[in-house]
Design a protein around this ligand. Structure first.
Ligand code: ADP
Length: 249
């Protein structure tokens, strides 16, 4: 059915900043289980879209439907509780703590466990097992006891993804997952995203077009706040309007 088929849908989503329209009547559908990329030249409105989806900002008009519910007017904490979170939003990494401690804190927050609950050795062990499994998942199995501050930039981003995964989100919003990374780190993150897609939906803003080409099932191209094109990479990359938009950069 349509609800199960679409995890996130916007219709007519619009954001105006004192007269300037940053996001202009954007309607998009993110299919359950897909990797969907939001791309476009600088200033296209990608970040603003993410801010609207996570309720960091209120839209000026339009609707956001998440797993069949209208979330347009929910508070950020309420949508986060429903699993609509972006990596690096909740998941500020604490440099003085180890990778394991960072993920443990994220798990603790997710379960909303009380301090007394946490003092039970058995529960601590259970959460540590889960944290280790998550770190293993993101390729940080060998860095469990490394302080976050001592991890390379790429591994720090992987740690941020692990802390986001602690919330077990059905939809993962990745905000420029490869930004500022070395080629080697980019490869690692691409592998990670491929693995993460099992049982998840991913919506990402990404500048690196080869990453987008390699990962995305569907791409929405934004330009000056509007949807310029939509489709798979083949279709979108051949679209004359898209080519012009990127050449104009
Ligand atoms: P992108 O992420 O695609 O580069 P943004 O969503 O950051 O684009 O920005 C889209 C447009 O909205 C830009 O022209 C930007 O200057 C403007 N904008 C973003 N946030 C604000 C704000 N808080 N106030 C005014 N203008 C903003």
């Amino acid at each position: 059915n349509a609800v199960a088929d679409t995890v996130l849908e916007t219709s007519g989503l619009t954001k105006r900043f004192s007269g300037f329209t940053a996001v202009d009547n954007v309607s998009l559908k993110v299919k359950t289980g897909s990797i969907h990329a939001l791309i476009g030249p600088n200033g296209a409105g990608k970040t603003t879209c993410f801010n609207l989806l996570t309720k960091f900002m209120q839209p000026s008009a339009g609707k956001i439907i998440y797993r069949g519910d209208d979330i347009t007017y929910l508070k950020p904490a309420d949508v986060a509780r429903r699993g609509l979170v972006r990596s690096f939003q909740i998941s500020a990494v604490f440099g003085h703590m180890t990778a394991l401690e960072n993920v443990r804190i994220a798990l603790q927050r997710e379960r909303g466990a009380s301090f007394d609950f946490w003092r039970s050795d058995r529960n601590l062990q259970r959460f540590d097992d889960r944290a280790c499994a998550l770190l293993e998942d993101v390729g940080l199995g060998a860095f469990i006891h490394t302080k976050a501050a001592e991890l390379s930039y790429g591994r720090k981003r992987a740690l941020e993804i692990a802390t986001t995964l602690a919330l077990d989100p059905p939809l993962l919003l990745l905000d420029e997952p490869t930004a500022g990374m070395t080629e080697q780190d980019v490869e690692r993150i691409v592998d990670l995203i491929k693995r993460l897609r099992q049982g998840r939906t991913i919506l990402m803003v990404e500048h690196n077009l080869s990453v987008v080409a390699g990962l995305s099932d569907r791409i929405t191209v934004l330009m000056r706040g509007r949807v310029l094109a939509e489709g798979d990479y083949e279709t979108v990359s051949r679209d004359p309007a898209v080519i012009t938009a990127y050449l104009g950069q």
